[in-house]
Design a protein around this ligand. Structure first.
Ligand code: TMP
Ligand code: ASP
Length: 251
């Protein structure tokens, strides 16, 4: 590490550790090799996953920032460290679905792969103790996590991210099926995209592969015991690296 000193651990999640640094406006995020699914009922150590997700996420954040989307991202350090601005993360998982998959197909009669136009935006309460439940409009209002103006802003930002990522991934032969974003506010009140954007948090299907299992290049390989998780994430990184310069080392 250069340019800053690592401080105490602030928070440990399922896939990342967040550390303070000696600078007030800088946090260091370590991407772990642990994989979890189904609210951590399923767990494994997947060597190399942290480095892959750190790099994919960094490249995607750089692409979004160049396209005018504010994020918490500042740069990378080494293989599995990302430097970010401190953000008050809104405890909402903002999921955008372009094609039906996952929980949507378990909860209503819709077949995997059916296009959703306009894309569906679902909000979940980010709290492991409650297993991240889907929020109705009335429950969202009752929780009062964001004002109605902030809600409009965060939905617009999430849809803008979707438009940019759909196009980026389509250009490298990948269908962005759905993804989850976390957003938050910086100290000066700016709404930014936070957390990570990686095959842990996106569904990505290889557009050149017809087989419904073989085309999966994301965490569903782990969730469904399909094997080849690291190979799939590596393929995503290879393609993303082909079209995005970077990532920049934090200095
Ligand atoms: P779902 O179909 O299980 O609701 O997931 C929708 C998208 O959100 C999918 O791309 C995976 C991502 N996701 C997360 O990043 N974290 C989670 O805890 C869950 C449940 C989903
Ligand atoms: N991220 C959640 C967990 O670790 C769920 C998932 O991604 O499937 O359990």
């Amino acid at each position: 590490m250069t340019a800053f000193q690592l401080g105490p651990l602030l928070y440990e999640g399922k896939a990342k550790r967040v550390f303070q640094t000696d600078q007030p406006d800088l946090l260091a995020v370590e991407f772990k090799d642990e994989a979890t699914a189904f609210n951590a009922l399923k767990k494994a150590e997947l060597e190399g996953k942290g480095a892959l997700n750190c790099r994919i996420s960094a490249l995607l954040f750089e692409h979004l920032q160049r396209s005018g989307v504010p994020t918490h991202y500042l740069g990378v350090q080494g293989l599995r460290w990302m430097l970010v601005r401190p953000v008050r993360v809104i405890p909402l998982e903002v999921v955008i679905r372009n094609l039906a998959a996952g929980s949507l197909c378990k909860q209503m009669p819709i077949a995997p792969g059916v296009p959703l136009d306009p894309p569906l935006l679902d909000l979940y309460f980010k709290d492991d103790a409650y297993a991240d439940p889907f929020l109705s409009e009335a429950r969202l209002e009752r929780l009062a996590l964001v004002s109605s103006q902030e809600r409009l802003e965060l939905e617009a930002l999430a849809r803008q991210v979707n438009t940019l990522l759909l196009e980026l991934f389509a250009g490298i032969g990948l269908q962005l099926v759905d993804f989850k974003l976390e957003l938050g506010f910086t100290a000066d009140g700016q709404l930014v995209v936070a957390d990570e954007i990686s095959p842990d948090t996106c569904r990505l299907w290889d557009l050149d592969v017809a087989d419904a299992k073989e085309r999966i290049l994301d965490k569903d390989r782990f969730r469904q015991d399909l094997g080849g998780v690291i190979e799939a994430y590596g393929e995503v990184l290879k393609r993303v690296q082909g079209v995005i310069q970077g990532p920049s080392t934090y200095k």
